[in-house]
Design a protein around this ligand. Structure first.
Ligand code: ATP
Length: 334
């Protein structure tokens, strides 16, 4: 376990520098378009058609079955650009897999949190769901359907991705929000901002929603940008959310506001969250503890603490200081 402490310390030192922003799926898929080995199969179906209760508004579940993955080396990336990959890649025992034989189920409409040291593979896991990469072995399913059998458009419509790459386009706030739902009405924009607890800030700006933001515009604080990202998520209203939670330390007001906004944004959605905050982990219906590309433990916060394994160790080093004193004492009787 001592091996973990270095990465955990590194993680905390990164915390001041990173912010969350919603990456537009169009942009994500622009990148995808450059990945010739991510191709839509002939006869691919729309996810809505594939869902058992189509039209019921129910969120789909996500399943990983025996998923292994490694990032293509330079040579393979070049080869891949010549045409689609043909099936499972062979892998020798000496190969370093980024993800190794992952099995897990993220239940429909529930929050599944991924925790673990830096470099464990958490981000990579979340990237396989919207098919930024495909696994080398095994299957990723949404609503029971292999994601490779679904149209990229329907995946794009179903999944909202919030990453840590802070980005507001140099444009008005309105344009930044409408990007998530083209043709949104004024009231829809306001409702999303209210639910994301950013409306009071926006309406107080000299030009309100028409304020120019981005590098050369009005500088929003980190916490404000995160809430704009959540407003975008609410406008997009995807049934699946993949979120890399912000690690930036915010003042406690923004912190509390973001937690409340996050709760609204994730309610009823199937979410896969790389969690950096104890409050999120405690809310999680399921926690996956990832280390060295493998899922070492799964369970709820309470179950995993009781198991006194890797999660309990991570918790003590990374999160226990956030815990109210009396609870920490109960959880850690030593
Ligand atoms: P962190 O908490 O620091 O974000 P993580 O658990 O999300 O870490 P990943 O980002 O998934 O971990 O990285 C898993 C491993 O894959 C690391 O060894 C990393 O260096 C490697 N890796 C990540 N992205 C790429 C890439 N595009 N090409 C090659 N290797 C990569």
């Amino acid at each position: 376990l001592m091996r973990l402490y270095g990465p955990i310390n590194q993680l905390s030192s990164m915390q001041a520098t990173v912010m969350t922003a919603l990456v537009s799926f169009d942009r994500v898929f622009e990148v995808l378009d450059l990945e010739p080995n991510i191709a839509e199969r002939p006869g691919a179906r729309d996810l809505a058609d594939a869902r058992p209760a189509a039209g019921s508004g129910e969120a789909p579940d996500i399943t990983f079955e025996g998923v292994s993955f490694r990032y293509p080396s330079g040579d393979e990336a070049a080869l891949a650009s010549l045409g689609p990959a043909g099936g499972d890649r062979p892998g020798g025992a000496d190969e370093a897999w980024t993800l190794q034989n992952l099995d897990f189920h993220a239940p429909a409409g529930k929050l599944t949190a991924l925790v673990g040291p830096s470099g464990a593979g958490k981000t990579t896991i979340t990237q396989l769901v919207p098919r930024l990469y495909d696994p080398d072995r095994g299957t990723v399913r949404i609503a029971g359907q292999d994601v490779r059998d679904l149209t990229l458009q329907s995946l794009r419509d179903t999944i909202g991705v919030v990453t840590q790459d802070a980005h507001l386009f140099h444009d008005t706030l309105r344009a930044n929000l409408e990007y998530a739902r083209p043709g949104a009405s004024e009231q829809e924009l306001i409702d999303a901002c209210e639910a994301a607890l950013i409306w009071d800030t926006v309406r107080a700006l000299p030009d309100g929603l028409d304020t120019l933001v981005g590098d050369r515009g009005y500088r929003l604080s980190g916490g404000e940008k995160q809430r704009i990202a959540l407003a975008r998520l609410l406008l997009k209203a995807p049934s699946v959310v993949v979120l890399d939670e912000a690690t930036a330390h915010l003042d406690s007001d923004s912190e509390a506001a973001i937690q409340r906004a996050l709760k609204t944004a994730l309610a009823g959605r199937t979410s896969l969250v790389i969690a950096h905050r104890l409050s999120t982990i405690r809310e999680a219906d399921r926690i996956l503890v990832v280390e060295a590309g493998q899922i070492r433990e799964q369970g709820t916060h309470k179950e995993l603490l009781a198991a006194d394994g890797l999660y309990a160790a991570l918790y003590r080093t990374q999160f226990a200081q956030d815990e109210p004193l009396e609870e920490a004492a109960v959880l850690d009787p030593a």
